[in-house]
Design a protein around this ligand. Structure first.
Ligand code: APR
Ligand code: PHB
Length: 389
């Protein structure tokens, strides 16, 4: 088989790239290791920056998002029973959109299917060959048969555990990582959200987050120990612990119910450099991971896709490789700022096992500064709604 861009990974990054390219007449094939149902079973954050919303529109997949999503003008930060708002709209004249990543992925799959896009599921043994030559090709097996795709470029959109990053030789690749000493236990429940905005809560017992998907679907998280297992936590124990970590007036209003999903995610910051090796380009989780505090995962993937898409369109228009040549530098410049913001929010709001009394005072002083200082609020709001591309 032959295509212009071979895309490894059918998560949101790969699908969005494939859909955007298709609309410019650029051919791609997506190779996905799992099934579509498996990919759509993964539950991830639900906050879209303006840039991601614009990309969905440009990709022609925004119809349901524009109809069903919720615009959030701000967020709430609490510590103990104290709380204050950060009003993004007033501070930056920008808002964020609440629309689950699962829904984004569903809409993208639907659009690719409608357009007759080529997606091969259940691929195994994917190998990217000759990425540092002018004639790369990808081999894989499906249903026990080996296949080969010759292409101009390879987009590595295969997430943190994919093969694309590993294809870049160790003497070229440099990795930066921070693993946090806790996880997030999250549940989804068919209950009305406790508040119209998200509440990021710092408490003596650890961090908690009240988020949502729609009027009757809530997403809540509590900081937990890395040794915890989801099955250790009954729904009742989860709700009790959540109530202890959010302001009393919110806890009194909280509507509880059975969880329909419960899982634990570890927290990690990770970046690999460079994001390009020859004709292979890394995008999204294949190149970087953020802790979920601040919801930058999908949004950082979106800026990568934006830069790569424009680079490819430029190349196929007139052979100009400038956009592709500057891809890694431009993508990384924005990624590192999102990494800093996610690390900052994580450090500000969580309890760390080795935290001293002094460290605690520093956290409290920083929260108090944020509460009272306009410039600090602007800085937070600008980062939360998304830095410019
Ligand atoms: N071959 C083909 N597909 C693969 C391979 C492989 N060797 N390895 C992994 N994949 C697939 C995975 O099954 C997954 O569907 O690549 C896809 C990668 O999707 P994601 O992990 O969702 O990564 P990405 O598309 O970059 O999305 C970024 O997802 O993890 C969140 O926080 C992250 O929200 C962000 C978004
Ligand atoms: C979510 O809704 O799942 C969510 C929202 C905001 C975050 C993280 C997760 O910072």
């Amino acid at each position: 088989m032959k295509t212009q861009v071979c895309i490894i990974g059918g998560g949101p990054s790969g699908l969005l790239l494939s859909q955007l390219l298709d609309r410019k007449g650029i051919d791609s094939i997506v190779l996905e290791r799992k099934t579509k149902d498996y990919v759509l079973g993964r539950i991830r954050a639900g906050i879209l920056e303006h840039g991601m919303v614009e990309l969905m529109r440009e990709a022609g997949v925004s119809e349901r998002m524009d109809r069903e999503s919720f615009i959030h003008d701000g967020t709430v930060i609490s510590y103990g029973d104290e709380q204050f708002g950060i009003n993004f709209k007033e501070l930056t004249d920008t808002t964020v959109v609440v629309y689950g990543q699962t829904e984004v992925t569903r809409d993208l799959y639907e659009a690719r299917e409608k357009a007759g896009g080529k997606i091969v599921f259940n691929v195994e043994s994917v190998v990217i060959n000759g990425a540092d030559t002018d004639a790369p090709f990808v081999t894989y097996t499906v249903d026990g048969e080996q296949q080969r795709i010759d292409c101009d470029y390879v987009a590595g959109c295969d997430g943190f555990h994919g093969v694309s990053r590993q294809t870049i030789p160790l003497d070229v690749r440099r990795e930066y990582e921070k693993v946090y000493p806790f996880g997030w236990l999250g549940i989804l429940s068919e209950t009305p959200p406790v508040h119209e905005e998200l509440i990021y809560a710092s408490s003596e017992r650890g961090f908690a987050l009240c988020s949502m998907r729609n009027e009757n679907l809530s997403r809540y998280y509590i900081q937990c120990s890395l040794s915890d297992k989801p099955e250790d936590w009954t729904d009742e124990a989860f709700w009790q612990e959540l109530k202890r970590r959010i302001p009393k007036e919110a806890a009194d209003r909280l509507v509880t119910g059975p969880s329909i999903e419960k899982s634990i995610a570890p927290l990690r910051s990770f970046v690999t450099e460079p994001m390009r090796w020859g004709r292979l380009f890394l995008c999204g989780d294949a190149a970087h991971i953020v802790p979920p505090t601040g919801a930058k995962g999908l949004n950082t993937a979106a800026s990568d896709i934006h830069y790569l898409y424009h680079g490819l369109v430029q190349f196929y228009a007139d052979g100009n490789t400038e956009g592709l040549d500057t891809y890694s530098g431009k993508a990384l410049a924005r990624i590192w700022k999102a990494e800093r913001f996610s690390w900052w929010m994580t450090s500000l709001l969580h309890r760390f096992p080795d935290q001293s009394e002094f460290d605690l005072k520093m956290q409290q002083a920083e929260i108090a500064f944020l509460r009272s200082n306009h410039a600090a609020q602007v800085a937070m709001a600008e980062n939360y709604v998304g830095l410019p591309y």
